[in-house]
Design a protein around this ligand. Structure first.
Ligand SMILES: Nc1ncnc2c1ncn2[C@@H]1O[C@H](COP(=O)(O)OP(=O)(O)OP(=O)(O)O)[C@@H](O)[C@H]1O
Ligand SMILES: [Mg+2]
Length: 390
């Protein structure tokens, strides 16, 4: 049978001996509820019990309002009454879009619902077809986000390239001016300022290019512990004296193949953010290590703030973790941190993490973020480890 199996046929346990209609209702992947005029659920199929999270037989007899959010119950009751007095035709799933519903454990979710007026033993009732829309809505939101980011990437790349050329002229001419003016000339201060402003702008352009995945593309072995040690030394004084720095570096070398300038930038951006989140006081912990990333780990990414997990493949990864004891983030902030130009800081440009995401993405790596307001933040960056096959 194996060889002839039809892959598109999903076999579900239908009631043997029942009519095909009954078998379809019993085996339907959509939930089916039969609700009487009294607003109680008269019958439900296994999919409905699964969607609402009850035991088998756990829906029958319960008021359907238990599965409607409290704030919408009055409206729902009015609509039910209207349905029973006026409904003559079925209402489709797409007609109203998804509506909020509640599972047995109180968790709210979005459901698509179709209503079909039926007559059972001479009395009017309504059959509700219920579909859990959570996954579809998540996928749609992810798609919209991906499209928005793609447009921003194209825009940033174009702008950054043009600015790069302009800035080369600005900085070059300022340099030249500095060389040909006398020490005492009043123009020197102005030329110096022009050169420094030009350099700062050029740094921003580099971050934009990195976000766009168009920074340097060197590929060489990079040992993460060594790089982390060097970077911390560079940034030590910027963190402030109230910040204690702890390092837990792997005893074995953690080698990835990639662009050392880009990975250093990743570390710098994460450490600078951590420092800003601690406002001069706290503990910064930097770890390195190796990790075997499994399918399961990649799937569990859906439950945390994560970037790049969709494209990553299982295998050995080099890890750098930057943890701080700073202000932390709420869920709404975590959602947007990798968006370019998103910043909660007065003077923030919102390019640091966008650049981090660009570099990590270009290395086919992933980033996981755990954070709670007031409890600090941990960024875990995983980059494919150098192996013979890579
Ligand atoms: N370690 C952290 N702790 C708390 N919040 C953080 C941390 N790292 C990032 N954030 C949040 O993410 C936002 C975006 O960070 P990102 O580095 O991209 O931009 P920025 O730091 O605001 O500006 P810049 O372009 O100068 O880096 C921050 O404004 C902040 O709200
Ligand atoms: Mg930053």
């Amino acid at each position: 049978m194996d060889g002839d199996a039809m892959p598109h046929l999903i076999v579900v346990p239908g009631g043997r001996g029942s009519s095909w209609r009954e078998a379809v209702v019993a085996g339907s992947p959509d939930g089916v509820l039969l609700v009487g005029r009294d607003g109680r659920i008269a019958d439900a199929n296994p999919a409905a019990e699964r969607i609402f999270g009850t035991a088998p037989g756990g829906l029958a007899g319960r008021p359907v309002q238990e599965f409607v959010p409290a704030r919408l119950r009055d409206r729902h009751a009015a609509e039910m009454a209207e349905f029973f007095t006026t409904a003559v035709s079925a209402r489709g799933m797409a007609e109203r879009g998804a509506v909020p519903a509640v599972r047995a454990d109180g968790q709210e979710f979005m459901a698509e619902i179709a209503l079909i007026p039926v007559t059972v033993e001479g009395a009017g009732a309504v059959a509700c077809i219920v579909r859990d829309a959570t996954e579809r809505l998540e996928m749609e939101a992810a798609l919209v986000r991906a499209e928005k980011l793609e447009s921003l990437r194209v825009l940033s790349a174009g702008l950054a390239h043009d600015f790069n050329n302009i800035l080369a002229t600005v900085i070059g001419n300022a340099e030249f001016g500095l060389q040909v003016t006398d020490e005492g000339s009043p123009a020197r201060l102005a030329l110096h300022d022009i050169r420094e402003a030009g350099r700062r702008a050029a740094e921003m352009v580099q971050q934009m290019l990195r976000f766009a995945g168009q920074g340097e593309t060197a590929r060489e072995p990079v040992e993460l512990s060594l790089l982390a040690g060097e970077t911390l030394q560079l940034l030590r004084s910027a963190l402030g004296r109230g910040v204690r720095v702890q390092t837990h570096f792997s005893r074995v070398p953690v080698v990835v193949i990639g662009d050392v300038v880009g990975i250093r930038q990743v570390l710098m951006n994460l450490v600078i953010n951590a420092g800003e989140a601690m406002r001069g006081n706290g503990v910064l912990t930097v770890r390195t290590g190796l990790q075997e990333v499994t399918e399961r780990y990649l799937r569990s990414c859906r439950r945390v703030t994560c970037h790049g997990c969709g494209a990553a493949v299982p295998g050995p990864y080099g890890v750098i973790e930057v943890a701080d004891t700073g202000v932390g983030m709420d869920a709404a902030t975590r959602e947007r941190i990798f968006d370019p130009y998103f910043s909660t800081k007065l003077a923030g440009r919102g390019l640091g993490l966008a650049a981090v995401a660009g570099v990590v993405g270009a290395h086919r790596g992933l980033i996981r973020v755990t954070s709670r307001p007031g409890r600090g933040t941990t960024f875990r960056v995983l980059l494919p480890a150098a192996t013979d096959a890579r």
